[in-house]
Design a protein around this ligand. Structure first.
Ligand code: 2IT
Length: 445
């Protein structure tokens, strides 16, 4: 495989799709060696076939707001690869959504889902619709219009969407309700459902819990105790909430969380009711963390700043892509940071990753660290197919085992001669091999 040739070709074909090209480059550069070891990959053009989605559906989503005005958004579903299972991956509703972002997310999802060891292919979808500031009824009308088109593609054994940024329990409820009305099927077509209509226990916690299980393994492997370590987290949504809960439970101290408006530094530790307050903030529909400093004495709010300037040993990006850049990485390391566990998808820029790896900082990419979310979605699909529900303990134990196995796979394929683990390489190779071999088995399709 000639990485530069493939990328030059892709850049020409998909100009301006920067996030997608960034995600592809990272994978190609790290799998090159194993790829070239098996001539069949080249012969059957596995990479050329893997970097293009199987299909993309783009559609308009008209809806009527509370004032009676007609509104219009764009909707997408990118079905990337189904070699090892039905297309699986979330829906993102955010004004920044475009095809490049959904293609990067769908591409990453292939490897992430493969790492979970569950039978799930990769896909992603969403819309440039912004749920922030909308009423429940506006969100409902939007979701119903969105599902009118999405229904053409999805099914419990073909393509199973879930949540992502801007899509939580409320949106999944409206989407599921309309799917059910259109098809008359009550099945596992979406994950992240409500507990009394097919959802799985631990799904809300899964991404954060799984991320912390993974980080715990990274630290243990490096013989570092997690207790009393200071943790900085970006974001204050569902993922950050789960991460803060589990970090606190394991004895670490969460000192910073952030929102689009700035970050909160709370030297007393963000634990107990303060963690639940994150969800209240989110539910307020404002997308700001500033009120935290008014509610809890001693906490400070830094307007317009990122949490990476807070002194911490562990940094957990939990917000969005490219949220931690090269300068942030340098600042973190100069302040004593020893571990960056990316819980957001592609949270670190290539410059940040290069710097962290050059300093031998423990760093692992989103597709490994945040795989717990989609893993429990996979477990929700299993429960739906079997028409039963597992207990929280059962699901949590399975989640823990899955994260342990992903860590083992990263160590297997990512450990260098000096013992430093390149988790990017480990995750990409482990995720890729399974999908590539399945593609070989299934012929040119
Ligand atoms: O990025 C992700 O893995 C998710 N947003 C969760 C996807 C899923 O299908 O649960």
């Amino acid at each position: 495989m000639n990485v530069e040739k493939i990328l030059t070709h892709l850049e020409k074909k998909h100009p301006g799709e920067v996030e997608y090209l960034q995600a592809v480059r990272e994978v190609l550069e790290t799998i090159e060696e194993v790829y070239n070891e098996n001539p069949k990959y080249e012969e059957y053009k596995i990479i050329e076939r893997l970097v293009e989605p199987d299909r993309i559906l783009t559609f308009k989503v008209p809806w009527i707001d509370d004032q009676g005005n007609t509104q219009l958004n764009l909707g997408y579903r990118v079905e990337f690869n189904n070699a090892i299972g039905p297309y699986k991956g979330g829906l993102r509703f955010h004004p920044s959504v475009n095809l490049s972002i959904l293609k990067f997310l769908g591409f990453e999802q292939i490897f992430k889902n493969s790492l979970t060891s569950l039978p799930m292919g990769g896909g992603k979808g969403g819309s440039d619709f912004d749920p922030k500031g909308k009423s429940d009824k506006e969100v409902m009308r939007f979701c119903q219009s969105f599902m009118t088109e999405l229904v053409r593609l999805i099914g419990p054994d073909t393509d199973v969407p879930a949540g992502d940024i801007g899509v939580g329990g409320r949106e999944i409820g409206y989407l599921f309700g309309y799917y059910k009305k259109l098809t008359r099927h009550h099945d596992g077509v979406l994950t992240g459902k409500g507990l009394n209509w097919g959802g799985s226990l631990i799904r809300p916690e899964a991404t954060g819990f799984g991320g912390v299980y993974f980080v715990h393994h990274m630290l243990e492997n490096a013989k570092i105790d997690i207790k009393c370590k200071r943790v900085a987290i970006s974001g204050f949504g569902n993922v950050a909430w789960g991460a803060a809960l589990k970090m606190t439970e394991l004895g670490a101290k969460v000192v910073a969380i952030s929102g689009p408006d700035g970050y909160i530094l709370d030297e007393a530790g963000i634990s107990g009711e303060k963690i639940n307050y994150m969800l209240d903030l989110r539910a307020s529909n404002q997308d700001i963390v500033a009120p935290y400093a008014q509610k809890f004495a001693g906490a400070k709010f830094f307007a317009g700043k990122k949490p990476w300037e807070a002194k911490c040993e562990i940094a957990l990006p939990c917000a969005t892509q490219n949220e931690l850049n090269g300068d942030d990485a340098k600042l973190l390391v100069s302040n004593g940071c020893i571990c960056v566990g990316e819980i957001s998808n592609m949270g670190c820029t290539p410059e940040a990753i290069e710097f962290l790896q050059s300093k031998k900082i423990l760093y692992a990419p989103g597709k490994a660290v945040n795989a717990g979310g989609v893993a429990v979605s996979g477990l929700e699909m299993t429960q739906n197919s079997a028409h039963l529900n597992w207990s929280a303990e059962e699901v949590d134990k399975k989640l823990f085992d899955i994260m342990t196995n992903i860590h083992v796979a990263c160590i297997k394929y990512g450990t260098g001669k000096d013992g430093y683990v390149n988790y990017v390489k480990g995750a990409n190779i482990a995720g890729f091999l399974k999908v590539a071999d399945a593609m070989l088995d299934q012929g040119i399709i």
